[in-house]
Ligand binder design. Sequence first.
Ligand code: COA
Length: 714
Amino acid sequence: MSEHSNIQFLFEPRSVAIIGASSSEDKIGYKIQRNIMEGGFRGAIYPINPKGGDILGVPSYPSILDIEGEVDLATIVIPAKFVVRAVEECAQKKVKFLSIITSGFSEVGNWAEERKIVEIAQQNGMRVLGPNIFGIYSAETSLNATFGPSDVKRGGVAIITQSGALGIAMIGKTKIENIGLSAIVSVGNKSDLDEADLLQYLLRDEATKVILMYIEGVKNGERLVEALKQVTKKKPVIAIKSGRSKRGAMAAASHTGSLAGADEIFDAVMKQCGVTRAETLEEALNWCKFLSTSPAPRGENAVIITNGGGIGVLAADACEKYGVNLADDPETMKEIFEEVTPDFGSIKNPVDITGQAMAQDYEICLEAAFKHPAVDSIICLGCETAVLDVERLTESLEKVHREHGASKPAVLSFFGGQDTENSIVHLRGQSVPIFLDVYDAVSCLGAGYRNYRNLKDAQTKVEDVFDPSVVDIERIKGVIAKVRAAGRTFLLAPEAQEVMIAAKMPMPQSKLARNLDEAVQFAEAIGYPVVMKIVSKDIIHKSDAGGVALDLLNKGEVMDAYEAIMHNARAYDPSAVIDGVEVVEMVKSGTETIIGARRDESFGPVVMFGLGGIYVEVMKDIAFRALPLNRAEAMEMIKDIRSYPLLLGVRGEARKDIEGVIECILKVGTILQYCEDITDIEVNPLVAYDQGDGVRAVDVRILLSKSAKGDHHG
Ligand code: COA
């Protein structure tokens, strides 16, 4: 794949230049060169320093242009004011990648020089990592071009981090936690290369078993979503993002805008991409370690083995929280555990080998679970008791892990005094996934199961893609052009309706009456009851102006309402230009839902769904997804809201027309995706009837950007 081969020499350079290499031990240029050398990099190393001479025993060059061989990667560690010049020389030298450590660019408002660097790079086929980074470590070529710790432990975890300091700290932390790294890359200001580019390499890198991203802000969300969807079909991705607490920094142009802050959208989009979001660094690292070393489960049946009922129930609670399913077939449980559990124990799940259990009992019971094909994963727990010899137990657990640990995932948690805690430290050092807290143990297994389901879905789920040509985009663009010509950035009701008709959204019948006779004629044609609404670009809040009449049952009521609406409108705003009165089919009551769509600063077009009334207004019970969306993703989105059971039908009610809702979500999304001028769409309410009876988009608001954007496709 071309993107892969493009990025390959960043992770696997054959030669590295250090622009700003130094013999002064306290300088970053010195540390980077020392790390590259001590890390055992096998390619050529070219220190660049105007003074010349040897640096750490390697002859230096006054300029990169003096090097004879090719340079795949140039690490730049000189003050900001010299960087552009150095980048120009790298371009001349045809360097492939730049890793710009130097700070002092866009992060402090110096956009001009950062843009200049990217411009030079783009014109010369170079790619830029940073600036404002600690560098890159890649196990594949034993390259440690960072100024972090020099001894990195190798393994299966790749880390992409936007925070430099945290990234450097993670190198140290992973080492003491016995977590091996395949790569760690600092992306800093993301002037050019970002997570999406790096993921292309890590997706195909055999050594990388799990990817951890520390994100502060997303710049090019649409590309990131595409890359993540691809990666999570092959390997797990864990995200940790700061800024969870900041809500709603966005302009509240519509419900969709005011209901969710950037963090809620990030959360929803990560879920859509199959990425697991960690709350804390500790959780993220626990998951990384587990996922990079543990075998994947082959099925959903987990078994808890415990010597105490209380801790077993805690684990069962944790299983529910983290999506771990407990095996519950009594016959199978009996077959596996009857012989290895005391008579007064329990062979239901959690399997209770009782407080009398000794190390030997754990060993036998665990072996039975490991060996039986009906057990897919194991949660082994214990409380320190007087009969439990912790030293023997430690030996037993180590033995079982050594002999069977590679066959199926197992997590452990033991609770007790100093002996138990010492045992845990020892076992963790032996790569046994054992934790002080039951929840930490189960959350790791939960992460394993999320990955298991992602991979399974990738193999089995048919991507039921929505055909965007259902929506007549040209007709919608025609409507937009008329609105622009009238100098407006919002659509009047008939215009918004035309957009809905062009998208084949199920609408209540409606006609614009220009006089009383037409109003009566249209009402008769549509059928009673009808609703009437004033249509005027000068009257936005129709109800406040007395411009709406509901539930009109006959000709007489229509005539009275027409007169009243006209009278009220003139009184409300005597200068208002009135187009007429809209006569609309009165929609039967059903389950009210809301579909919204808008442009997110990070992820581009996103859609929102929720149930109308208090569910959205009070409970903020909404779900988001990034576009494009397929039917399965739209279904997942609907299932995400807490009030979903209302759509399934509660207390004897029928299931609602969820399929009709899905089609509408996809149509609204398609409009936003293909019409760049539209910033917000809100269908509120979309009334859903019983399954098979369809849905009705009763009201819709559409807003345009301040200035025309032109065409955009997908
Ligand atoms: N080409 C090659 N070498 C050059 C050079 C050039 N154009 N210009 C200067 N140098 C040499 C210097 O002579 C010096 O070598 P010396 O020690 O032999 O004299 C070396 O490069 C470094 O330059 P110096 O001026 O001493 O800079 P510094 O080491 O004090 O600082 C940075 C340079 C990049 C470290 C600093 O500007 C910076 O940005 N620090 C922050 C880094 C950071 O935190 N990044 C983000 C982490 S997440």
